[in-house]
Ligand binder design. Structure first.
Ligand code: URA
Length: 438
């Protein structure tokens, strides 16, 4: 290991943060870039992360940390593309929003040139969902990526470039030092990747609830404000919507099943919650480009009613090698043949279908991965035949499992039974969109 630059005395920086002082941009650069280059060891950064966890960071410090992390590797230059938009969700269950929103944005005349991730643990990933189309590839050379974004308005690739490598290293260390759930570290981690990805406008969907990183609305608001503040200081337009993630979005969770539901929504026949969220996020993107919200909402809805968003999606799947005929024949997507049902234990109203339980059930059926790089079964998943608030009779099916030869079925059943509650009284309706921050 080479020694860090002579002006950097890491124990002093740890001491400063331990005692609650604010770092300068130059100090953060020395520390974080030194760590990324392997010049500052894990044990010193571990101590520093814990000091940040306990003492926090000022908004200026958080923005500086984010910029240093964004500058630590490759940066996408989208400057030649018109009206670029990126979208990020803090992770949910049954969240197929990107599949619907991104072609809507393309149909609205915006450009989405986006990097997306794969699923990990109980949350799904857009790349895994798109791989339900045989032949579809998340790997495009940069010139094709940019050309496709210019022609169709939509190109989506996996995270192949070395974007924000400082974040990758810091996240791995946070994971083993109990410093993941720290607001300035989460906000800077997410935003460093968004800044390095190059879009002018970023729309954030901050999930709140049982299936989300942020369990309470106050915590979700604080994270949204921190990320919007970072973006503003970096000269980007960032707008956030806070949404409920106590229960999965839409009716289907699992890769091919979610694609089928996304296609229904793109045909204007999707579930109301999912449609509302996609329209709300599209309105935020258009508002960032100065459009009046009422007009933006009408235009966004029209892309689902007139088939223009579906046409963009069809062109996008085909351009990246996928079998676009399945866009019009979703029944040809691979869905596992096994079926099992969870029934209501009593008559009454569905009070809760816990998002985390559904996400874990998909995982144990084989539809998700515990570790990076594991293969997944695109065809398995869970269908919500009833949603919270709906009436049920004892013995009536509430959830349907799609399984492959019984793999993981008992464990999935157990998870879903614990996550389902039925009560005599109708529960209070919970709004999907809880707040907006911009
Ligand atoms: N997602 C990220 O990318 N980083 C975090 O720190 C938390 C969630």
């Amino acid at each position: 290991m080479t020694s860090p630059s002579s002006s950097l005395h890491v124990p002093d920086l740890i001491r400063q943060k331990r005692d609650g002082s604010e770092h300068s941009r130059a100090e953060l650069e020395g520390l974080i870039l030194g760590y990324t280059r392997g010049e500052v060891p894990d044990y010193q950064i571990s101590a520093w992360l814990m000091a940040v966890y306990l003492r926090g960071m000022t908004p200026q410090e958080t923005a500086d940390l984010t910029l240093v992390m964004a500058d630590s590797g490759d940066q996408m230059d989208l400057g030649t593309l018109p009206r670029t938009v990126d979208k990020h969700s803090t992770g949910g269950v049954g969240d197929k929003t990107s599949l619907i929103l991104t072609p809507m944005l393309a149909a609205l005349g915006l450009t989405v040139a986006k990097m997306s991730g794969r699923g990990l643990a109980h949350t799904g990933g857009t790349i895994d969902k798109l791989e339900s189309f045989p032949g579809w590839t998340p790997e495009l050379p940069e010139d094709r990526f940019l050309a496709q974004a210019r022609e169709i308005g939509l190109a989506l690739v996996g995270q192949s470039r070395d974007l924000a490598p400082a974040d990758g290293k810091l996240y791995a260390l946070r994971d083993v030092t109990a410093t993941v759930d720290c607001l300035p570290l989460i906000a800077s981690s997410i935003m460093s990747k968004k800044l390095a990805s190059g879009a002018h406008t970023v729309v954030l969907d901050v999930k709140v609830g049982a299936g989300a990183f942020m369990r309470t609305l106050d915590d979700g608001r604080a994270l949204a404000r921190a990320m919007v503040d970072i973006g503003t200081r970096a000269g980007r337009q960032v707008r956030a919507v806070l949404t409920d993630m106590d229960t999965p979005l839409g009716h289907l969770a699992g890769n091919s099943l979610e694609v089928q539901e996304a296609l229904m929504t793109l045909r204007g026949e999707g579930p109301e919650d999912l449609t509302e969220l996609c329209v709300a996020l599209a309105v935020e993107a258009l508002a960032a480009y100065g459009e009046d919200p009422a007009q933006a909402e009408a235009r966004a809805r029209a892309t689902l009613a007139d088939g223009s968003a579906l046409a963009k999606f069809r062109a996008f799947v085909g351009a990246q090698g996928g079998d676009a005929s399945r866009v019009d024949h979703p029944e040809r997507l691979d869905v596992a043949p096994g079926r099992a049902e969870i029934v209501a234990p009593a008559s009454g109203f569905v009070e809760r279908i816990d998002a985390l339980s559904v996400g874990r059930a998909v995982l144990v059926l084989g539809g998700g991965r515990e570790r990076k790089g594991e293969a997944i079964d695109h065809g398995v998943g869970v269908e919500l035949l009833r949603k919270p608030g709906e009436a049920v009779q004892a013995g009536e099916a509430v959830l349907r499992l799609y399984h492959r030869e019984g793999r993981g079925l008992d464990a999935a059943r157990a998870l879903l039974e614990v996550g389902l509650t039925v009560t005599a009284q109708a529960p209070q309706a919970q709004p999907l969109i809880l707040d907006r921050v911009n």
